[in-house]
Write a new protein. Structure first.
Lengths: 198, 569
């Protein structure tokens, strides 16, 4: 068993995505665009991509930002022991059942407080190589998201764990096929991808 | 085993009316207009030619922006072929059932059915249906070309050129070629004479028909020097020796210093009044000419030409009843004859003046040393080929008169032989091809109704005589004649009307029109018409030493060789 990296627990969920919460001191681990998984038992787990990380304020923070001379201890205490968690929005991109990965929406969402793990290199490879980029569909459907940046970060992540450039080439081809009639979206994605190409 | 072809794309649309549309999977620069392609679908192959190559984009904005400047090479090249693409249009022509892969078990069943007579033997058909979307499109390989245009090793097939992309040999079926009149066209300087030499050499080598070349510019009989490369070019006489008889017009004529086999002199009695009428434009004859000619013929019969030539235009002085001197026409004058025969004197005198150009021709004689026209006919009948060179008599007048006269006599001879063959079971006449240079002079709208050439072109092979028309202005040729031409081999043509004329009576004219205009000015020709299975542009074969050698040897089939060696039956 490899070292599993826990990054938070589920707050709310729906079929197309869910929101997880974590403590501030866990925040060095999850990142925008990261592929995560939520194991739900019986060989069933849901995969998702983090598309937003946000930190809400509480009453004390509002007071502290207006106060002068706040000591470092107070700041540290407020960050580490705050009651409002850091929230991560996750886009559901697939699931695994009986060791088979599907790039379809999960049949049922994870439950509250289910633990969320960051996918490791081999898990990323397995997920992205299963099928033919079916999960791009879910990303492209989410028009309100910064799709270009999400793809760029995702490509970067895959590139880091998969040295073979074949995947990138095929993925770009697939994006072009899907978006050949959608000039603005394709150009925005290619513009973002340009920045990760060395 | 699956036949290997170079795949170039897949079918994405189109139909029989507006051609097939194919998405290219190779660069648009790797294919040329006119390329011969095969579309494979199930048990069928469809054959066609590329008539258009077009760039396209899924959104105009992809095309407007230089993606190579905006994106790294990997992304830019990925866009090419996806958002930016090239399509080709394919003019479908033929289809052939090829059956399943020979290595597959289904092949045996399929073949078995054909062998047992339960299914038709596959043969090449005109395209009658459309292959489904995404059928694979490839460049035709050597086997495909041989399947459609014939195998080069077969005796009747003559390699006329090579495909432009892959240099596969393309043949014309000479047996079919001689069945109808044909044409070789091309603007001046496009290698028309070389092409004609090639075809003539092929025909003579095949030797199933006799060839009479009306060689106005003395190009075909003897060796010549190419006007552009200044290299020596072998003539037909050198290549086929005694099988080709060179005839010079006029007694004692030589062709560029070469001795001819015999000379042609025209007997005055052979010139008919109809021959003169065909020269109306050339001699600027008036409307009254037919009446005068008719009167001449009535007066003198076949001897009209000699008699008319002998007439003078003098006057003599006679004394009238009052003793005054009066000028009257000389009894041997044109005017005297005209008055006696009720012909307008001015018209008759005018005609004689105009015919003076003919009277002065040295090759028109009262009594030729030999019946050279008969000699020509006999040579042709005995299987020889004749090149009639006009020598120094290169004027249109000479060409029109002599060509018409000879052709008329030859056709009459062949008509007689054909009738004897049909009615009395005599020997079948040997097919004859008359090669007409500068054909528009003889076959223009005005002349066509009067000359024998138009009759020959129209009646096809009824009397075993066909024409091979060589011309640079096909639009000047009477369209009724043009539409009768079986095989058409055309080099580059610039004039729209000429292009239209060459394509008259053919399907897919619009697509072929551009192809003809965009042929390379030299050494590229378009094969068209009834005599070829489908239109195809080819690089014409070189008329060089290798060719002369091959023609000299003659082509024999394997079976023939074996037979001659005493094997086989």
């Amino acid at each position: 068993m490899t070292n599993q990296i826990e990054i938070g627990r589920l707050l709310r969920a729906g079929t197309t995505g869910f929101i997880a919460g974590c403590r501030v001191n866990q925040l060095n681990l999850p990142s925008f665009g990261a592929l995560i998984r939520v194991p739900l038992g019986d060989g069933y787990q849901v995969y998702g991509l983090i598309h937003d990380i946000h930190i809400d304020d509480d009453g004390l923070v509002k007071q502290l930002v207006t106060a002068s001379n706040v000591s470092d201890d107070v700041l540290k205490d407020n960050r580490e022991n705050r009651i409002v968690p850091v929230e991560m929005s996750v886009l559901a991109v697939g699931y695994e059942q009986n060791k088979k990965i599907y790039h379809l929406l999960p049949p049922r969402p994870p439950l509250s407080l289910d633990v969320i793990y960051l996918c490791e290199a081999n898990e990323i490879n397995q997920f992205v190589s299963a099928g033919r980029f079916g999960y791009f569909r879910h990303i492209l459907r989410a028009k309100e998201l910064p799709i270009g940046e999400l793809f760029a970060t995702h490509f970067k992540q895959v590139k880091a764990v998969n040295k073979d450039s074949k995947w990138s080439k095929e993925a770009v081809q697939e994006l072009m096929t899907l978006l050949r009639d959608d000039y603005p979206t394709l150009m925005s994605i290619l513009g973002a991808l340009r920045d990760i190409v060395e | 085993m699956k036949i290997q072809r170079t795949q170039i794309g897949y079918l994405i649309g189109g139909g029989l009316k507006e051609n097939f549309l194919v998405r290219l999977t190779i660069s648009s620069q790797e294919i040329q207009e006119g390329a011969f392609v095969v579309i494979e679908s199930g048990y069928w192959n469809y054959y066609g030619i590329v008539t258009d190559i077009r760039l396209g984009s899924t959104d105009d904005r992809f095309a407007d922006e230089r993606v190579d400047l905006r994106f790294p090479p990997d992304l830019a090249s990925a866009l090419q072929g996806q958002a930016l693409y090239a399509n080709i249009e394919v003019l479908p022509n033929l289809m052939l059932e090829v059956g399943p892969d020979e290595a597959s078990p289904e092949y045996k069943t399929w073949r078995g059915k054909i062998d047992a007579g339960l299914a038709d033997t596959p043969r090449i058909l005109p395209v009658k249906n459309v292959p489904p979307h995404h059928s694979i499109v490839s460049l035709a390989n050597e086997g495909d070309i041989a399947e459609i245009f014939g195998k080069p090793e077969e005796e009747k097939n003559f390699i006329i050129g090579y495909t432009r992309e892959q240099n596969h040999p393309v043949c014309i079926d000479l047996d079919k070629f001689v069945q109808r009149s044909s044409g070789v066209f091309g603007a001046t300087g496009t290698g028309k004479s070389f092409l004609t030499r090639l075809v003539l050499a092929g025909l003579m080598n095949h030797n199933k028909a006799s060839v009479l070349v009306l060689d106005m510019h003395n190009e075909y009989g003897f060796d010549d020097v190419a006007s552009d490369t200044k290299k020596n070019v072998q003539g037909l006489k050198t290549m086929f020796k005694s099988n080709v008889r060179c005839v010079g017009l006029g007694a004692g004529s030589t062709i560029r210093g070469n001795q001819v086999d015999f000379n042609l002199e025209v007997a005055m009695d052979d010139i008919s009044t109809a021959d003169i009428e065909t020269l109306s434009r050339e001699l600027n004859l008036r409307e009254t000419t037919p009446t005068t000619l008719n009167a001449l013929y009535t007066s003198f019969g076949d001897k009209w030409f000699a008699n008319f030539k002998a007439m003078n235009q003098e006057e003599v002085e006679v004394e009238d009843e009052k003793g005054r001197l009066k000028k009257v026409p000389h009894p041997d004058s044109v005017a005297a004859w005209a008055m006696q025969n009720g012909v307008n004197v001015a018209a008759a005198v005018g005609l004689q003046d105009k015919l003076r150009r003919l009277f002065n021709k040295p090759y028109i004689v009262q009594k030729p040393a030999a019946d050279s026209v008969l000699q020509i006919i006999q040579s042709l009948e005995s299987g020889k080929h004749v090149v009639l060179s006009f020598g120094e008599h290169e004027q249109d007048l000479d060409y029109l008169l002599v060509s018409n006269l000879i052709t008329r006599k030859i056709r009459n001879a062949w008509e007689k032989k054909t009738n004897e063959f049909r009615s009395h079971g005599k020997a079948e006449p040997r097919p004859l091809i008359i090669v007409v240079e500068e054909a528009h002079k003889l076959l223009n709208r005005e002349m066509a109704s009067q000359t024998t050439f138009a009759t020959i072109a129209r009646e096809l092979r009824k009397y075993y005589v066909t024409l091979l028309i060589v011309d640079q202005r096909p639009s000047q040729i009477y369209d009724e004649v043009m539409s009768q031409l079986g095989t058409r081999i055309s080099g580059w043509l610039g004039d729209d009307l000429d292009i239209q004329a060459v394509l008259s009576g053919l399907s897919g004219r619009e697509a072929l029109r551009g192809m003809l205009a965009r042929l390379q000015p030299k050494e590229e020709v378009l094969l068209l018409g009834w005599g070829v299975p489908m239109p195809l542009p080819v690089k014409s074969r070189r008329y060089d030493e290798a060719f002369w050698k091959e023609m000299g040897k003659g082509k024999k089939s394997k079976e023939q060789n074996l037979k001659e060696l005493g094997f086989g039956n």
